[in-house]
Unconditional design. Sequence first.
Length: 179
Amino acid sequence: MQPTTTTVAPSSPGPAPDAPPVATTTTQAVAKTPTPAPATPSPAPAPAPDVLARFTPHPDKPYIEISGDDTHALHGKGVLFLDARRTSVFEEGHIPGARSYSVWESDIDDKVSSLFNERSDPRDQNLPIVIYCSGGACEDSHMLAQKLWGIQFNNVYVYKDGYPDWQKRGWPVKTGANP
């Protein structure tokens, strides 16, 4: 703010009427438009944690049961899914991309051997695999997990609520014999 100088005539009782005027200084506030504070940039969103980092090999146990949310997250990362239900049930509907690996059919050992050949490098054997069946009392996925663990697959997960839970949540479903 700039000080302003004003000349004021003296009033009585003061100096004589023939005295020169007295100079006084007054300060007057001048309204100004406020300057906005510089915008503080909002922090960049934290990078999403890598889902796969939570699913590490566990050579001490054949499988770990996981929930639908974890299953869905792994599916989104392109993890291998194996459907342990009978082929006829698989064809009626399955999780997209899942392979049919029914533990009750005669070709299961051939399929497991083929998977081992496909993932013969130990690093590939440590990649996550999700197995599911009909959930609830169904043990087919657990049996398949045991088979895979027996040939050194150390990162197997069982979708404990299985395909019915996947359907109930309204996630994509595929029909037919192909993954």
